[in-house]
Each structure stands twice: as C-alpha cells, then as structure tokens.
Design a protein around this ligand. Sequence first.
Ligand code: SIN
Ligand code: CO
Length: 402
Amino acid sequence: MSDSALYAQALPAGPIDPDAPLTLLGGLTPATFMRDVWHRKPLLIRQAVPGIVPPVSREALFSLADRDDVESRMVSYFRNRWKLDNGPFAEENLPSRKTRQWSLLVQGVNLHNTAAAELMSQFRFIPDARLDDVMISYATDGGGVGPHFDSYDVFLLQVSGRRRWRISSQTKLDLVPNLPLKILSQFTAEEEWVLEPGDMLYLPPQYAHDGVAEGECMTASIGFRAPAFRELAGHFLAWLSETVEDNEDLSGRYADAGEGATIHPAQLPANLTRAVAERLTAMRWTPGMVSEFLGTHLSEPKPGVEFAEVAELTARKYEKLAQTHGVVLAPASIALYDKTHFFINGEAYEPPAALAKWLRRLADNRCLTPEEVTACAPLPDLLETFHDWTMEGWLQLLPDAV
Ligand code: SIN
Ligand code: CO
C-alpha cells in the first residue's frame, strides 16, 4: 500500500471546444472533423503535435512490456517469416536493437503513464465510450506488422523516428491463411508518406495500411472500440437475467404438478419448452435499461487493470484533504453517465439530481477542483462515496503542485 497512489500525477484535461480549430486535427475543428472525416476517410496531418516529446522512452516501454499486467506483443519478420509472440518480455529476451525487422507493441500505455493518458485525453471530442487505449510500438529498421486492416478507427501518431505508411481503399481484404497475424494476401498501395515525429495519420475501420519503420522508431496508436452487436447481445442477456429483481418475468422456477407419467424419459417435456418460451417471450426491456446495461458494461475496467491500494485514511481526514486538494479520477477509471445513472468501473448509481450534477462534472472533467468539492461536500453521502472510491484506488487527490 502506498501513499503516492493517493495523489494524481497531473491535472486531467477537460472537455474540448468542438468549434475551436485544433493543430492536432491540422486546423480543423473537432465538429468539422467529426462531420467530414471521422469513420469516413483517411487524413494525414503533418505536425499534429509539433515538438512532440515521446510519452515514454524506449527503456520505459521495454519495462512495461516486462510486466504481466500489461499486454504486449512482439512481431518479427526474419528470414521471410512472420512471427508473433505474446509478452511479458524480459529485455534480454528481445532481439537486439541492431537486428532489423522486428516490433514490440504495448497496449494500454495510458493506464500506466501520465503522458500517454494526457495524449489520449486530447481526443476527448470523441465520447469516452468509444475511446479505447493508447498502444505504443517500437520498431527497428524495416519493422512493422505487415499490410493489414483494423476493425476500429485509429490515429497513428509518430512519436519518434520515421515510418513509411502506405494505404489503400481496396475492398478485397482477404488474409493470408495460416499466419499467426492478420496479413492481407494482396495489398496495392494508393498513397504513401513518410511520417516524421509529430505527424499523424487517421484511418477509418477496414482501411488497408502498412507502416514500415525507417530506422528505429516509435508510433502511438490512439485506438477506439466499437462493440460488436452479437457480443453485446450476449452480455446484455446475461445482465438482464442478473437483474432479476427488476425482471418479474424471470422470477420463479419451472413447476410441473399434474405432468403425466412418461414412457419416453429422454424426451424434453413439451410443457417445459412451452413454459420457458413463454417467459422468454414475455421479457421486456426499455431503452433506459439498455442504457443502464451499456454504461455498466462499457465502464468495466479493462482486463488486467488493478487499482493501486492506498493507505487507510479516516473519513474525517479524507474530507479535509478532498476539500483542500480536489479529486481526480485515476487514469484507469472509466466514468460514464446517462440521463439517470452515473457509472464508474462497472458500477451503476442512480443519484438524486443535486448529486448527479457533480458526478457528471467529475466524469466530463475527470476532476473536481477544491472549490467544487467544497461546494458539493454538504450533499448527503457524497464525501463518503468519494472516500470509498479513493480507498478502492478509483479516485485520487490533486497534489498541491499541480
Ligand atoms: C504499429 O504501430 O506498428 C502498427 C499500428 C497499426 O498498423 O495499426
Ligand atoms: Co493497423
């Protein structure tokens, strides 16, 4: 348990003005970008982040790849053969930096590194429910993951060194069979650029691309998620059946008083099928329930996330600290809300209106200033809840220096 986990390392960025032109988007406003580009077509942005400082050094990336709570992969193309290995990787088990054509890819860097979390927050003109993570790759000369397509939107930001990107709008997306990674069987580039540090390429889903390092380089992928309907449906039905108290249709159990004696004991009783079918057909849900499910499901912490435990603090001491420092969501915390609920890390609350206002502000700004905490402190249960979340590692305090 540590006290350092009690304090955040930086003040998070709040919501972004949709109508202010952004260097990050090559001078487009978020509103224009979302209307004309997002999910529709690629966009190359030279110097999206001028004077970029890599969020992590190569050494820091390598040590993240050595952790078992961090997802990492190594892709190599040695002797004309693609190979994929999954981490963790001790540095001495990685090929030498002088060996050409290999890459190390580390997922969820934003969960462990404040600069990567800050980078991701620059994209919050896109809803948090869609933002996934920051993946950072390191490659030696000639390294890459081969021509492929992704199922999600992605911003590919060059953070150090140079990478040549080739892209294609081809609709033929067949993959080479029996390979450990997805490689297009045919790739015909239509456009190509060499990206320098600070340059960024946005690609919509299913857009074929191939990025090859020119010398050692690092690339950050700001990735998004779009849950598959089929997968969501499965989770929704499980959620629905777990909320049985609210779901009268699923209360009770099958009963068969009066069922006749059978001479076909292996046959499914028709009454059983009928009774279950009736109950399932009677199951109803409202858009409000779907929203509650989505908020709960999409705010679930990412696999492998463990919140840092903090040293026990008395409620009295906490209340004072929260009002003098303000509170901030831990980088791995996911907070969402809808009309009636507030969701944090997979839990749903239905706060009264006076409280909902502050929780929404916390979710949008990812922090409440000392003045804001002081203003909402008299609300019943609020500081107690903040105290609980802080002890869970979900919420932190802002350090004086920030
Ligand atoms: C990489 O960073 O090497 C791969 C990123 C991508 O193509 O999606
Ligand atoms: Co890709």
